[in-house]
Design a protein around this ligand. Structure first.
Ligand code: FES
Length: 165
């Protein structure tokens, strides 16, 4: 991080960030119903919902930060930690679930010491549970970045994940 950027962070002033939020907020009227679309735009912009964003959104919508966390954590699409270099999606849709999707998800959690919605400390992986990846005939499916790994097994899982740096 550059000295300038560090100084801006410390002072709490970051004109570039201010501009991003101003642009997002300019599309809304500041009503409570704007919360979900604002969160979606924020995540599109930053890849996750930073703490600072929650503070700013709370101020803009005149609601508490707890309300925002409460609503956002209900939807699996929102994440509060920066994504890792590799995104793992374990499918828990019906076809994958009946063929062991949950067992795979538990195995990823154990192997990487990672909870869904989180990122490993070294930022190598993040993990998400998804409802259906659209290739049910290949169940159970695990997606890493753009790669679909079909008929996944716990035994093949570690070897597959190790391929992603
Ligand atoms: S249920 Fe997993 S791909 Fe459809």
């Amino acid at each position: 991080m550059t000295k300038k950027r560090t100084a801006r962070r410390r002072s709490g002033k970051d004109p570039a960030r201010d501009k991003h939020f101003a642009r997002i907020f300019s599309e809304f009227r500041g009503e409570e119903g704007d919360l979900i679309p604002i969160l979606q735009k924020t995540q599109e912009r930053f890849g996750f919902i930073p703490r600072e964003a929650v503070r700013r959104i709370a101020r803009f919508l005149k609601i508490s930060e707890n309300q925002i966390y409460g609503v956002a954590s209900f939807y699996s699409q929102f994440r509060f930690t920066a994504p890792g270099r590799n995104s793992i999606k374990v499918c828990l849709g019906t076809a994958c679930h009946v063929r062991g999707g949950q067992i795979l998800c538990d195995a990823v959690e154990r192997e990487l010491d990672l909870k869904p919605g989180g990122t490993t400390e070294d930022r190598r992986y993040d993990l998400e549970r998804v409802a259906c990846l659209g290739c049910c005939a290949l169940a159970p499916v695990v997606q890493v970045n753009a790669d679909i790994h079909s008929r996944m097994t716990v035994i093949r899982l570690k070897e597959t994940l190790d391929k992603y740096e």
